[in-house]
Structures are given as structure tokens and as C-alpha cells.
Write a protein that binds this ligand. Sequence first.
Ligand code: GCO
Ligand code: MG
Length: 410
Amino acid sequence: MKIESAETVVTSPGRNFVTLRITTTDGVTGLGDATLNGRELAVETYLREHVVPLLIGRDAGRIEDTWQYLYRGAYWRRGPVTMAAIAAVDTALWDIKAKVAGMPLYQLLGGASRAGALAYGHASGRDVPELLDSVRAHLDAGYRAIRVQTGVPGLGSVYGVAASPAAAGGKRYDYEPAQRTALPVEETWDTRAYLRHVPGVFEAVRAEFGPELPLLHDGHHRMTPIQAGRLGRDLEPYDLFWLEDATPGEDQAALRLIRQHTTTPLAIGEVFNSAHDYTTLLQERLIDYVRSAVTHTGGITAMRKLLDMAGHYGAKSGIHGPTDISPVGMAAALHLDLAIHNFGIQEYMRHSAETLEVFHTSYTFQDGLLHPSDAPGLGVVLDDEAATRFPYEPAYLPVNRLTDGTVHDW
Ligand code: GCO
Ligand code: MG
């Protein structure tokens, strides 16, 4: 069975998505997510100009060989654009292989290791009362683990906090940082104000909801290692499931310093795109959870290897799953979550109704657990007619500045 054609689909049902569809000579189709938030057309062009011509006529069943051909054959290694493009091809070929086998993908990955994948949702509030309402709404929606983000007194809009329930269409969990503006929105940041505020927020959440509920928090790369060590220590009484992206991930040695100061579990890696980014972090046991997305890290093939390596060093999965990962990328994550041994938790923000008009999913969310479904392949269908109703619109992630105007990590 050979690859007959491959095409990219760019659509914007509420936010931008890039999808690769591969069709075989037997008429079987497979989908892969190639969405890189705010830089979508770079991956689309890379696929269309440099990858699709190499795929035509190749054996659709040779997934590992195709991965190595695209990775080693490009000469230039890694990077988010290349790895998202390879991920899309790889995921589409796994979708095809599982459809041909008549099985859900998780069966080809070794079968289910659990009943479902524990999911966490994004509660947020501009202040504590609004946050507590949001946590309650998530519990009502069935979540059994919750990420907590709040506004910081004195600062305007802050990462992870929906502007208002109304601005988020009445759904606070649908915080979308990418804005359809000509230039990126600029936000203002003050780490000392944040460090003073956050421990009290977790104290209030624990006082309201008790000790059992798993709580997570995302530092979004803003602290220095010593600040992160202090925050981790200050949050120890509230028993976090994890503190994510405390410092910018490319400085792997920084995690040593954080580890020396706190026992709060650490998660990192949503901006990584290769297992090589984790070598020091895993071998020295500096992190507890691997945050890579299937979409940005070379697909099912590469993620499986990365998560197996993490397992050797006692680290678990926490696959990236915000709404800028398309339903195709989410489904791919869910098949891995179900199959691997060292599953930790799955991020699940829930896509908008518009997005689900374009991507028909079959995964389910029940009693706090996600299941990828038993449909053959990934279990996602792309509706071309619906996709054309939502044309691409440029959108940018925000830029962050300190109060004196210095550009800071967002
Ligand atoms: C998360 C992430 C996202 C990113 C987004 C950027 O933990 O879910 O931090 O919210 O900000 O994926 O495109
Ligand atoms: Mg994050």
C-alpha cells in the first residue's frame, strides 16, 4: 500500500489549526496535527513544499523508516517547525496502519494499561472568588484534577486567566491566549507580586475544596531558578500534583537548583520538541512529568520512545493538551495515554463547538477520565466542508514585558 497523495488543510474554527491528510492507493486516509500556535503557516509551507513531494509513492506501512528519512534526511535537526511536520506525517501513518488493522491505535501500541486517562482542566479567575467558582464549575463538569491560575493584584491580564466569563463565551475554561490582532498583545509582568500572591490562592482553594483534589499550577517560564525554588517550597503545604514550567526549559541545569530547594513535583517540556531536550533532566531525575505534545515532538513514534526513556528514570507523562493542539493531536495523545505504563495525567481544555464542527471526534470524557474510543485508527474525521467555512486568520501569542518595559518570558 503506497501513499498516493497528501494535502494540508488550514482552518480556523475559533482558532487556527493545520492538519495533514495522507491518502493511500487503497483509499485509506490518515490525519496528523501540525499546528504550531502563532506560527502555523511555517509548518504548513514546510509540509507542502518540502515533505509532501517526498511522500508520494512511499510504502505507507514503513512508519519508522519514514520518520528517520524525514529527520536524518533533512540534515537540519529538531526545531518546532520540522518536528511538528514530522509529527503530522507520523501520526497520519499510524492512523492509517490502525485503520487497516481494524483496531484503535492504542491496540497497536500494546493495548490498554488502564480504564481511562485522568484529565485535568483549567480553572481560572481574576480574583479568588471567581477562581473558586471556576473550580466548582470544573468539578460539576466531571473533572477530578484541576489546574489553578489567577490574576495578580496590580497586574492586568495574566497568562492562563480568562478575561471574564462573558469574554470567554460564558466558559471560563476556554482561555485562548492567541489573539487575532495585527501585532501581538503586550502584557505586563512582575514576578515579586506573583510570588507574594500565589501561596494565599492555594491556601484558599485547599480551604474550600479539601486536601484530596489534585491541584496543578503553571509558572509559564517566568521565574529564575531561585525564585522557583522558593515558590515550590511555599506551595509544599498545599500538596501540588505539579508545578509546571517554573523556569525557561532550555536551561536544563536550572532544574538542579530548583530541586535542591523543594519537594513540589516539577513538570516541563511543552516547548521542547525532541527527546534530546530531556537527557539531563531525566538522567539526573530533575523532573517528575514530561510535558511534550505529540504534535510538536515528532509524533507517536518519537513520543513513545521519549516516554519509555522517562519511565526508566521514574518520570511520568503529562502530555500537553491545550486547545492549540487540534482534536487530531489530542486523540493521538489519548491513545498513548491509554497504552503506556508510566502515564501521569492528561491536560484537557476542551475544544469549542466550532472546532468540533470541523473535527468529528469519538473520544469520551466520563468521571474525570478520557478514553480515545474503540473506533479504528485515531477515531477523528475531518469535515472538509466545515473546514472551508472557517478560513485562516493570523493570530499571535502575547508578548510579556516587565513593569520597566524589558521583554520577559511570556
Ligand atoms: C499549557 C500551556 C498553554 C500554552 C499554549 C501556547 O500548559 O497548556 O502553557 O496554555 O500557553 O499552548 O500556545
Ligand atoms: Mg503550560
